[in-house]
Write a protein that binds this ligand. Structure first.
Ligand SMILES: Cc1cc2nc3c(=O)[nH]c(=O)nc-3n(C[C@H](O)[C@H](O)[C@H](O)COP(=O)(O)OP(=O)(O)OC[C@H]3O[C@@H](n4cnc5c(N)ncnc54)[C@H](O)[C@@H]3O)c2cc1C
Length: 277
């Protein structure tokens, strides 16, 4: 197996174009599991860890641009004040070792419906920046995923960064697992309430073939805010119902579809109360 280690972004994109079968790698916390269990045998590994551009966190006008090689530990340490839901989600990922190695870009690359970074990115209206040697394009996070393990990323593209708006930072993330740590989500949910702009964002994890938004639930709370009506207990309950209706869960070894719908309703009701509290 060939091992490619570009030292800057230009070299990385050239290598991606020249070796379309090469498997990109940053933290390796998904890739190495695939290799060790013989689920993947790529002709080459494209190690991106020597590309400094991908490890940058930049504060832009009203948004944070997080390089695809930024690990969860840095999100927790450096971004908890500005992106609290993404930091909360990052805290629930794996163990300290996994959080030190695992990255937001790798989570997007794996495109698991259970990826913990995804619900807060959807709720915040984030965009995923991808690039090839030919062009760069931006994809709304809620349109990035196409199915379990599938995304809009083309074979000649790499994930460069994700840009997350910081406006309306009343946001929360919650996750249910079969134990308290080192656990893949049975389901998860993130909400962002931006009272200034009258906007609400949602992200459902592990309850559909891709991470999902609950558009009706968002519109319901936006309508209340526009009419200056309170987001009281009845409204929060209705929000929870609309979120659980938006889910498309399956029965699997981690939980039943019924349980996931129920749990999402509870998570949505609670996180909305916390976000508005
Ligand atoms: C013990 C354990 C516990 C875990 N717990 C959790 C958890 O609680 N929650 C959770 O969400 N995940 C969990 N994971 C999965 C994993 O840690 C995450 O998905 C992590 O974000 C992957 O990041 P990485 O940098 O290690 O990715 P890698 O393994 O390096 O890559 C993952 C995928 O993304 C692709 N990729 C990486 N970088 C790029 C790029 N720049 N452009 C294009 N493609 C790219 C790779 O080719 C590969 O397909 C766990 C894994 C382990 C082993």
């Amino acid at each position: 197996m060939e091992f490619l280690q570009p030292e800057d972004w230009g070299e990385a994109l050239e290598a991606r174009a020249a070796y379309p079968g090469a498997l990109p790698l940053w933290g390796g916390t998904d890739v190495m599991v695939e290799l060790n269990f013989d689920k993947a045998r790529p002709p080459a590994i494209l190690d991106l860890t020597a590309v400094p551009e991908l490890a940058a966190i930049e504060r832009e006008n009203g948004a944070i641009r997080i390089g695809s090689g930024v690990p969860y530990t840095r999100v927790i340490e450096e971004l908890q004040d500005v992106l609290p839901a993404l930091a909360q989600a990052s805290r629930t990922v794996g163990s300290p070792q996994i959080r030190n190695r695992g990255t937001i870009g790798g989570n997007l690359g794996t495109a698991s419906p259970a990826g913990d970074a995804h619900p807060p990115l959807l709720a915040a209206g984030a965009t995923v920046e991808v690039a090839s040697a030919r062009a760069t394009r931006s994809i709304a996070a809620h349109e990035f995923f196409e199915g379990p393990g599938r995304s809009k990323l083309r074979p000649d593209e790499l994930v460069t960064a994700v840009t997350v708006p910081t406006a309306g930072r009343q946001e929360q993330f919650a996750k249910i697992g079969t134990r308290n740590a080192m656990v893949i989500a049975v389901c998860s949910f993130a909400v962002r309430v931006d009272r200034e702009r009258g906007r609400v964002g949602t992200g459902i994890g592990s309850a559909g073939p891709t991470p999902l938004r609950a558009a009706e639930a968002e519109a319901f709370v936006e309508g209340l805010m526009a009419a200056d009506e309170p987001i009281d207990a009845a409204a929060r309950k209705r929000f929870g119902q609309l979120v659980s209706q938006a889910a498309r869960p399956i029965d699997d070894h981690r939980g039943t579809a019924d349980y996931r719908r129920h749990a999402l309703g509870v998570l949505a009701t609670r996180t909305l109360a916390w976000a508005c509290g």
